[in-house]
Design a protein around this ligand. Structure first.
Ligand code: TMP
Length: 212
């Protein structure tokens, strides 16, 4: 982070357990940005490109890899395509890119959830993102809401989700300045207000040419 010119855009990711309300907040933030704060690109992971959406369908709905590394490399492949073809070009044009999940999902789910070595995940993430990290990552911290349309990933047991949450907590400890931790049990309007206020501050700082 830090010292990027305005043209480098802003990269903001939302993270959390399945069903904590990330997607709703992304949609609201995207229309708020569009209504007077700049260009916006909202994408989800895995997905956001034709290649990535095909991999999403494969890994979330069709087949479960026995190897945590194999599973991670599929997420990483989707991420590489998304970075190269969508995220980095949008950032270079000064857009605000809102990501529904990003690098931290792999640390939380594949490393903490599945026991893959965290250093390996971080190193491969660094390669596929070409070193670009989010200016801000929101961790919507709390219990997932029950949804009827559960995919394979969402059918895992509570102990698994506890490990994933511990992964997010570990990430916040590593980079506290990058994270905003928000209680996902709050009213969605209050969450939206909190996020909007923080992003507004970030935008003002970036306009002044300061830290991201
Ligand atoms: P969601 O987009 O509905 O949250 O579902 C995506 C699922 O994929 C979710 O269970 C988390 C999982 N996932 C990983 O395990 N690792 C990753 O790197 C990403 C991006 C997602």
């Amino acid at each position: 982070m830090g010292g990027r010119p305005v043209s480098a855009g802003l990269l903001i990711s939302l993270e959390g357990l399945d069903g904590v309300g990330k997607t709703t907040q992304i949609e609201r933030l995207a229309s708020w940005v569009r209504d007077g704060h700049g260009e916006v690109k909202a994408v989800r992971e895995p997905g956001g490109t034709a290649f990535g959406e095909a991999l999403r369908d494969l890994v979330l709905h069709r087949i479960e890899a026995q190897s945590a590394l194999a599973e991670f490399l599929v997420f990483a492949a989707a991420r590489a395509e998304l970075m190269q073809t969508v995220v980095l070009p949008a950032l270079s044009q000064g857009a605000i890119v809102l990501m529904d999940r990003f690098i931290d999902s792999s640390v939380a789910y594949q490393a903490f959830g599945h026991g893959l070595d965290a250093d390996t995940v971080v190193a491969i993430n660094h390669i596929v993102t070409q070193g670009r990290k989010p200016n801000l990552t929101v961790w919507l911290h709390g219990q997932p809401f029950a949804t009827e349309d559960r995919d394979r990933m969402e059918q895992r047991n509570p102990a698994y989700f506890a490990r994933v949450a511990a992964g997010y907590a570990w990430l916040v400890e590593q980079e506290p300045e990058r994270f905003l931790v928000v209680d996902s049990g709050q009213n969605p309007d209050i969450i939206f207000d909190t996020l909007r206020t923080r992003i507004h501050r970030l935008l003002n700082r970036t306009k002044r040419g300061g830290e991201g």
